[in-house]
Design a protein around this ligand. Structure first.
Ligand code: KG4
Ligand code: ZN
Length: 342
C-alpha cells in the first residue's frame, strides 16, 4: 500500500495551487500566481486575488490531474485550505473543493494552511520525526511551532506580534526604493554588503521582553530603525550604502528568527526542525539556522523553494496525513476561517 491518493487545493493568498500526492509521493504540483497583478499596489489586493483564483482554479485543477494522469474517480480524498488566509480567496478554493467532493462522492477535508507548510516536507524527506519544531516565515505569517503529530497535534509556540518577516522585507525594500516583492532583491543585494555595517535591533530579545514573549517575534521596530537610519543618512547628505543596509537588516532578521528556533529546540530537546514559507528561500536565514541547529545536534529539514511558497502539494500532503490518521472528513457545509488557529 503506497498510501491514499489525495488532491489538495490552496487559495489562501495570491497562489492558486493544486497538488496530488499518493502517501508521501508527489504526483502533481501546479501553481498559478496573481502576483504580477498586485505588484503595482505593493502588496496583495484581496479582491484581485479572489477573481484571479476564480479564473485560474479550473485550468490549474485540469493541469494537475493531467500531469499526474489521475481521474477524479480514482481519488481517495480531497483536501482544501480552510484558513488562515484572505476570506474572499479562501472561499473560491473551498467552493471548488466542495463541488468536486459532491460530484465524486469523495470525502473532503478542510485543513490548516500553516500546518500544510510543515506537512509538505514529507514529500521531500519522508515521514516527519516526532516531535519536530517548525518555523514558518512568509509575507503573511511568522510562526514557531511544535509538531507532535502533523495530522492532529500541532502547537503554536510563538508568532509575530506585528509584521510578518516577509512583510518586513517588502517594507524595507520599498523604503530603499526597490521593487516588490522585496525579499529576493534584498537577499541578492545583501550578498554585496557588510552584515556588520549597522547594528539594527533584534525584536523581543531584551530581558524584560523575554518574560512574556520568549518565542514571539516583532519586526516593526526593525523596519522603523532602518527607516530612521536611511532618513538620517539622507539628511546628512550621505549616499545610502544600500548593500550594507540590506545585509545588516537581513542579518538582524535571520539572527532573531534563528535564536528563538534554537531556544525552542533546546527547551524541548527537539532533534528535527522544518523551515517553510517564502522567506525560507533566504540565503542567510538558511545557512545561519542550519549552522546553529547543527551545533546543538538538530537536523534542519527544508523543502525545495518551490514547495516552501504557497502551493497545493502542501495541502495534499497534509490531507494524506489526515486520511492516514483516520480523522473524520469535514461536513460539506464547513466554513472558511480567515484566522484559523493551528
Ligand atoms: O510564502 P510566500 O510566497 O507567500 C506568502 O506570503 O504567503 O512568501 C512571500 C514572501 C514575500 O514577502 C517575499 O518578499 C519573501 O517571501 N521572500 C523572501 C525571499 N524570497 C521570498 N524574503 C527573503 N529572502 C528571500 N530570498
Ligand atoms: Zn503560506
Amino acid at each position: 500500500d503506497r498510501g491514499p491518493l489525495v488532491l489538495g487545493i490552496e487559495t489562501s493568498c495570491d497562489e492558486t495551487g493544486v497538488g496530488i500526492v499518493r502517501g508521501h509521493e508527489l504526483l502533481a504540483h501546479e501553481v498559478a500566481s496573481s502576483m504580477e497583478q498586485h505588484m503595482r499596489f505593493g502588496g496583495v489586493v484581496p479582491e484581485i486575488a479572489a477573481r484571479a483564483h476564480l479564473e485560474a482554479m479550473t485550468p490549474t485543477l485540469q493541469r494537475a490531474l493531467a500531469s499526474a494522469d489521475v481521474d477524479v474517480s480514482e481519488l481517495d480524498a480531497i483536501a482544501v485550505t480552510a484558513g488562515p488566509g484572505l476570506m474572499g480567496a479562501l472561499v473560491v478554493g473551498i467552493s471548488a473543493a466542495k463541488t468536486l467532493a459532491l460530484a465524486t462522492g469523495k470525502p473532503l477535508y478542510g485543513v490548516n494552511h500553516l500546518v500544510g507548510h510543515v506537512a509538505v516536507d514529507t514529500v521531500e524527506h519522508g515521514a516527519l520525526p516526532r516531535p519536530s519544531g517548525a518555523l514558518l516565515v512568509s509575507g503573511g505569517h511568522t510562526s514557531l511551532l511544535r509538531v507532535d503529530d502533523v495530522a492532529r497535534d500541532v502547537t503554536m509556540i510563538g508568532q509575530t506580534i506585528d509584521d510578518a518577516a516577509g512583510e518586513a522585507y517588502d517594507k524595507v525594500a520599498r523604503l530603499l526604493g526597490l521593487s516588490y516583492p522585496g525579499g529576493p532583491i534584498i537577499d541578492r543585494m545583501a550578498a554585496e554588503g557588510d552584515p556588520k555595517a549597522i547594528r539594527f535591533p533584534r525584536g523581543l530579545t531584551a530581558r524584560h521582553d523575554l518574560e512574556k514573549h520568549r518565542f514571539d517575534y516583532s519586526f516593526s521596530g526593525l523596519k522603523t530603525a532602518v527607516a530612521r537610519w536611511v532618513e538620517k543618512a539622507e539628511r546628512d547628505g550621505c549616499e545610502i550604502p544600500v548593500a550594507d543596509v540590506c545585509a545588516s537588516f537581513q542579518e538582524a532578521v535571520a539572527d532573531v528568527l534563528t535564536a528563538k528556533a534554537v531556544d525552542l529546540c533546546r527547551r524541548d530537546g527537539l532533534e528535527h526542525f522544518v523551515l517553510g514559507g517564502g522567506v525560507a528561500a533566504n540565503s542567510r536565514l538558511r545557512t545561519l539556522l542550519e549552522d546553529r541547529l547543527r551545533e546543538i545536534g538538530v537536523e534542519l529539514r527544508r523543502p525545495r523553494p518551490g514547495l516552501c511558497t504557497d502551493n497545493g502539494a502542501m495541502i495534499a500532503a497534509l490531507g494524506s496525513a489526515v486520511v492516514q490518521a483516520d480523522l473524520p472528513p469535514s461536513p460539506l457545509d464547513f466554513s472558511a476561517h480567515s484566522s484559523l488557529p493551528v
